[in-house]
Design a protein around this ligand. Structure first.
Ligand SMILES: *Cc1c(COP(=O)(O)O)cnc(C)c1O
Length: 433
């Protein structure tokens, strides 16, 4: 309807700049008034195809009917009691569901918090308590949040860590099996990376000092890096053999996004603790820590919690999300999205050597742009393609340690004609570049 951003959005942007610090960035400065069905609509009446889902959050769609219905009823009944003061059933229902649905048929416990970072922090607290050890091992390209501990666990300096130190102690980083950039090639990647990681743990830290290994089954902010097959099972096995708590950070990959309910299932990896958030509650703030009962039950009464954790509105939203995933078979929908996107992007890669790598699973797909004929990261090309897509009404996000990855996270309910239209815009933007 207008240029992007239009006049109303520009006016609002000026107010934002006067009222909000620049540390809070903006990917695409259009102000949203309505969203749903894979489309966001802005204050100037423009409709944009949504390939971001608010960073993998609105997987069931924006304002999904089951979420809206449950939240509307709940908001009229009661809005908060604090679960630690006087509990309510929906919190327990969410925990029961997660205990049942997460990988592994062992006895589990779950508790609820407000954000992904808070979930990861709690996983580390519990692992330390349960093992009596302190060290935490994380990986190259990892992202775990923006609090003091979780930004320490995060790999990338700019923008997440720069000038925010000193960082939390006893955090150690080891190599990740990144097939596209593994020096000796993708064939040897899993084995060599696992060997290096385990060697660093045993020789530099001491396995007996390690409380937890924390890993994303597919690195999200790091650029949708799917570790070479065999890497995750090898690391999990090492943890089991050495009494280390294996924590899968599924904050971005969870809830059907990758074509399985949780990404760990792809290689049959069963984590000791799994952290979830983003896709859990259709946009209401909720996160969860789910783990083996014998680990979770170690912490003394009152040692965990928070005022808002498992807020009743967010719990109702989560129950609506889980119903929607099941009833609409969104696991299969995610796979179908991957089946549509991956071949289209691979044929684009054959035409344009600026596309170095096409990767991902289900509806968590990315392309890595390079200087043609090399593996040199090309963040400028990513910025140019993003700008063009935004101008043409396709909302896309970037990622990657080198800022050279375009990532696609469409809502799992997106109609196929919109998916096709979005891909068409993307193809045109790359062809023009
Ligand atoms: C987004 C994310 C986090 C942090 O979640 P917040 O809700 O933003 O605190 C942690 N881990 C992973 C893998 C994420 O993608």
């Amino acid at each position: 309807m207008t240029a992007i951003p239009g006049p109303k959005s520009q006016e609002l942007l000026a107010r934002k700049e006067a009222a909000v610090p620049p540390g809070i960035g903006t990917t695409l400065p259009v102000f949203i008034t309505r969203a749903g069905g894979g489309v966001v609509q802005d204050a100037d009446g423009n409709s944009l195809i949504d390939f971001g889902s608010g960073i993998a959050v609105t997987s069931v769609g924006n304002a999904a009917p089951k979420v809206v219905e449950r939240v509307q009823k709940q908001v009229a009944d009661f809005t908060h009691t604090c679960f630690m003061v006087t509990p309510y059933e929906s919190y327990v229902q969410v925990c029961e569901k997660l205990n049942e649905l997460t990988p592994g048929d062992h006895e589990k416990r779950t508790f609820l918090v407000n954000s992904g970072a808070e979930a990861v922090e709690n996983a580390v607290k519990i692992a330390r308590h349960a093992t009596g050890r302190q060290a935490v091992v994380v990986f190259d390209h990892g992202y775990h949040g923006r609090t003091l501990l979780t930004m320490t666990l995060t790999a990338k300096n700019m923008p997440y860590k720069h000038k925010f130190g000193p960082f939390a102690p006893e955090v150690y980083r080891v190599p990740l099996a990144y097939p596209f950039r593994w020096p000796s090639g993708p064939e040897n990647c899993a084995e060599e990376a696992a060997e290096q990681a385990i060697d660093m743990i045993t020789k530099q830290i001491g396995a007996e000092n390690v409380a937890a290994v924390v890993i994303e089954p597919i690195a999200g902010e790091g650029g949708f890096i799917e570790p070479a097959k065999g890497f995750l099972p090898r690391v999990a096995e090492f943890c089991r053999a050495n009494g280390i708590v294996f924590v899968a950070d599924e904050v971005q990959t969870g809830f059907a996004r990758t074509g399985t309910l949780f990404a760990c299932e792809d290689e049959g990896v069963v984590p000791d603790i799994i952290t979830t958030a983003k896709g859990i509650a259709g946009g209401l703030p909720l996160a969860a820590v789910t783990g083996r009962a014998e680990i979770m039950d170690q912490v003394h009464a009152g040692g965990l919690g928070g005022t808002y954790g498992g807020n009743p509105l967010a719990c109702e939203a989560a129950l609506g999300v889980l119903e929607t995933i099941e009833e609409e078979d969104l696991v299969a929908r995610a796979r179908r999205i991957g089946d549509i996107m991956l071949p289209r992007l691979r044929s684009l890669q054959e035409r344009f050597d600026i596309i170095g790598d096409v990767r991902g699973r289900g509806a968590m797909i990315a392309i890595e742009l390079v200087e043609p004929g090399t593996k040199e990261p090309n963040p400028a090309a990513v910025q140019a393609v993003v700008k063009r897509c935004h101008a043409e009404g396709l909302l896309v996000l970037t990622a990657g340690t080198y800022g050279n990855v375009l990532r696609f996270l469409p809502p799992l309910v997106m109609p196929e004609h919109l998916l096709e239209e979005g891909l068409g815009i993307l193809e045109k933007a790359i062809a023009e570049l």
